[in-house]
Design a protein around this ligand. Structure first.
Ligand code: PAN
Ligand code: ZN
Length: 204
């Protein structure tokens, strides 16, 4: 079947017309992504929420082909962390990607696999973000509405989830009292201990 060369983004339903090939990830499909295992288990027991969907349009004609996916990431939190994607680097490491923000308020968490440099960038409607090659990436919904974006990538980029599965990405985005806070994963344990001590003090 030939893949259509024209699609429209329907901004009210956040879907493609005609539809792409859909996939969905629920919280149960995101193992080892969120730091707070207790909060995750509670949400799973309560019904395993849908975290995001991707509608992909993949063109496969030759080595220069481009593909794209419309990602829709729901608002929500697991403990202090906002809902986010699993995250990956491209199997063909040098393959870059362009993200176009469509709706909602997001952050991209990025990490260069060559030198470990890590940073975040805003992902907002009509904003264009470049993810260079060799950079692992995930999106985080830091708003109250669905976050939608189009990711455009070489068709032979491939998704490598395993490369970040063990250590996860270095930067973590938490919902702080004044909005998103970006912290180092290595500082999470200490931070959790301080929070617990504060809770125990105020409870006693
Ligand atoms: C995006 C992602 C999309 C879902 O289209 O695939 O945001 O994230 P995960 O693939 O990490 O589950 C992309 O970056 N494609 O290359
Ligand atoms: Zn990608």
């Amino acid at each position: 079947m030939t893949v259509p060369l024209v699609h429209a983004i329907d901004r009210s339903s956040l879907t493609l017309r005609p539809p792409g090939v859909g996939s969905a990830r629920h919280l149960s499909n995101l193992d080892g992504v969120f730091a707070d295992a207790v909060a995750r288990a509670a949400l799973l027991a309560d019904g395993d929420p849908l975290v995001y969907t991707v509608e992909a349009v993949e063109h496969r004609e030759g080595s220069g082909a481009l593909s794209y996916g419309l990602g829709v990431l729901q608002p929500g939190r697991v403990g202090e962390e906002y809902f986010m994607t699993k995250g990956h680097a491209h199997a063909r490491r040098e393959a870059a990607e362009v993200y176009l923000g469509v709706a909602g308020r997001g952050l991209m968490v990025l990490e260069d696999l060559r030198d470990g440099r890590a940073w975040t960038l805003p992902l907002e409607p009509d904003g264009v973000v470049v993810v260079p090659g060799y950079v692992a990436h995930r999106t985080v919904n830091v708003g109250d509405e669905p976050l939608a974006y189009l990711g455009l990538y070489p068709s032979d980029a491939g998704h490598d989830y395993a490369v970040i599965a063990e250590a996860n990405l270095r930067l973590v985005v938490l919902a702080g009292p004044a909005g998103p806070e970006v912290v180092e994963r290595a500082d999470l344990t200490a931070r959790g201990a301080v929070r617990r001590a504060e809770r125990e003090r105020s409870a006693s």
